[in-house]
Design a protein around this ligand. Structure first.
Ligand code: COI
Length: 365
């Protein structure tokens, strides 16, 4: 039993050490998984129970399980970082726990406490610490990506909140999310598809939002773009976010603007951290509406000097170009992405323990 009350059922057949080392040398993103997973069950009569860490492996679900039909599901993304002294830490897990509860409320799922959320990460890492990569250099961003998720597992085809729910955490060693690493990506502006509307699930981290983005993502890939940018559903004017990350715009005069949270945008933990780090670097962060016309005009006049995407998986990735059916918006001058690079370095230095954690953002796993 771990200090956070999880029973441990060790994997009798973990991947052998040589295979693990090969995976850790070049993990890619989301392709390989560690030896265990954490699990907690919820039933409407008992509440949360059965905390355990068990061997990683397929789930057994009844074909009539509610999640398979009505997508009652939420998830999170958070990373474990190995510091130079070998210790393993995570970044602002209470923010992910809070967002997970907000997502749960929206999807009519039960809420999980900070104690169980953070406890499940610690319990999993108590078994799978060897799966946290050691970055080869300060420029490298390898980590163990943790994916907590919650599914409606009741066998029932009626449309109502499930009375049985399962929560899991799986872990996947990860390098850069985009194949080109931190090179600028091109993104596609979907003229037709929308990600979220007012009153919908845009702010929740639920699978449905990502499923709904995939047709647009396919369109993006057909145009050699790595991600799709969505405009708001009401006016088709305001920039919201990319399929899986938030956006920032850097202005020549030191302002750094990100679309404000209106209920249709995911409240990224990286987004929130950048707002704070930017302020400390003497930049002027602004959370406000920003229109596609402002992007177009700012890029053309040189007022906007950088655009970057951010998220747990993406960290900070520069955006080189926005393409659409009838135009391409490119920044006028190549600023070298200096502001994004500086913020990225500061964020990574903090996460990997290379700078002092003055804000208490790190939690040891
Ligand atoms: C994350 O950044 O953790 C996400 O969930 C986004 C996804 C594109 C991997």
């Amino acid at each position: 039993m771990t200090p956070s009350g999880f029973d441990i059922r060790p994997n009798a057949h973990p991947k052998d050490a040589a295979l693990r080392e090969t995976i850790l040398e070049n993990p890619g993103f989301g392709r390989h998984f560690s030896d265990h997973m954490a699990h907690i069950r919820w039933t409407s009569d008992v509440g949360w129970h059965g905390h355990e860490v068990r061997p990683y492996g397929p789930l057994t679900l009844d074909p009539a399980a509610a999640v398979l039909h009505y997508a009652q599901e939420i998830f999170e993304g958070i990373k474990a970082y190995r510091h130079a002294d070998g210790s393993v830490w995570t970044f602002r897990p209470e923010k992910n726990a809070e967002r997970f509860r907000a997502s749960a409320r929206r999807l009519a799922l039960p809420e999980l406490s900070d104690e169980d959320f953070i406890g499940s990460l610690k319990a999993l890492l108590s078994q799978d610490n060897v799966w946290v990569p050691t970055p080869a250099s300060a420029a490298e961003e390898s980590s163990l990506y943790l994916r907590p998720f919650m599914i409606a597992s009741e066998t029932f085809l009626g449309v109502r909140p499930s009375k049985e729910v399962d929560y899991y955490v799986i872990a996947s060693p990860a390098a850069a999310y985009f194949k080109g690493g931190v090179n600028p990506v091109s993104i596609w502006l979907s003229s037709h598809y929308k990600r979220a509307a007012s009153g919908g699930t845009g702010y929740a981290k639920c699978g449905g939002n990502y499923a709904a983005s995939l047709a647009a993502q396919k369109e993006a890939e057909a145009h050699d773009c790595a991600q799709v940018a969505f405009l708001d559903a009401a006016e088709n004017k305001w920039i919201e976010e990319l399929g899986g990350m938030n956006l920032f715009f850097v202005y020549k005069d030191g302002r750094i603007v990100t679309p404000k949270l209106t209920g249709t945008i995911l409240e990224g933990v990286t987004r929130d951290s950048i707002l704070e780090l930017a302020r400390d670097q003497g930049l002027t962060p602004e959370e406000r509406h920003i229109s596609i016309d402002e992007w177009r005009a700012g890029a053309a006049s040189g007022e906007i000097t950088e655009v970057f995407a951010c998220g747990t998986a993406a960290v900070i990735t520069p955006v080189g170009e926005l393409r659409s059916e009838d135009e391409g918006i490119r920044l006028k001058a190549d600023s070298g992405g200096e502001v994004g690079k500086r913020l990225r370095k500061e964020l990574l230095d903090l996460q990997y323990g290379r700078s002092e954690d003055t804000r208490n953002w790190l939690t040891r796993l």
